[in-house]
Design a protein around this ligand. Structure first.
Ligand code: URA
Length: 237
């Protein structure tokens, strides 16, 4: 692999920053400073350093973002700000959001370059749990809750799969669904003549939103959180 690609894939900086560091002699390969960005390295056996600090190759990176209102869950957009842009220099690798939250939704969004994991988490066959804290226009009746728990008609071929509902207060409920249809939660509430006024994802595939992260901020997943995701991968093999 090229040295500049290696440094970019580790999300250390943009391609041009990485090239500048190499030119400035800040990057070492097996103890020798190299100045050429296209130097070929073996990411598994060569010792790479940046400013004297050893770097060990991580093929995959995982970030938890607390998505704020007003940004789109995309890598590029002509008009709106994207979730990738919120990651600053860390968003310079081949990261993408795992699934989507609407522009006006908030909460837990996983960003990674691990395509296999994303595919598993999003596969309709795997029914990965997603929990949303939902503010509704008016209080749900017992009957509404029952209907949502059984599955409702949202104008598609099949009704939604059974959901779990837990009422927090008059206007706030937690809804756990096991699929990811377009605008699903909003359409489910419409199906019971209600309306979502705010929607925040708090859990996704065993991960919980870190409530110490203010909206718009992000952090790397911990080892424990990565292990939770690895279990999703293992259980698929
Ligand atoms: N369901 C919705 O309607 N919107 C979201 O952003 C997520 C789930």
């Amino acid at each position: 692999m090229r040295l500049d690609k290696f440094l970019c894939e580790m999300n250390l900086g943009t391609r041009s920053q990485v090239k500048a560091w190499i030119r400035q002699g800040l990057v070492g390969v097996n103890g020798v400073s190299v100045k050429s960005a296209d130097t070929k390295i073996d990411e598994d056996s060569d010792q790479i350093t940046l400013r004297g600090q050893a770097l060990s190759y991580r093929k995959y990176v995982y970030y938890m973002l607390h998505k704020p209102v007003g940004v789109v869950s995309a890598t590029n957009d002509n008009t709106a700000k994207t979730v990738i842009s919120l990651l600053g220099d860390h968003g310079s690798g081949n990261l993408f959001p795992v699934g989507r939250l609407d522009k006006d939704s908030t909460g837990l969004l996983l960003l990674t370059n691990d395509g296999e994991l994303a595919h598993l988490l999003l596969s309709p066959k795997r029914h990965v749990d997603k929990t949303y804290q939902v503010t509704v226009e008016h209080m749900l009746s017992e009957q509404d809750i029952h209907r949502l728990e059984q599955g409702v008609d949202i104008g598609e071929e099949k009704p939604t799969l059974p959901a779990r509902i837990s009422v927090l207060d008059e206007n706030t409920v937690l809804i756990t669904i096991h699929e990811g249809r377009f605008h699903q939660v909003k359409r489910m509430l419409q199906a019971v003549d209600n309306r979502v006024t705010a929607l925040k994802r708090i859990r996704f595939g065993g991960l919980e939103l870190d409530e110490t992260l203010p909206p718009g901020s992000y952090r790397e997943l911990t080892e424990e959180e990565i292990a939770i995701l690895q279990n999703v991968k293992k259980s698929a093999t």
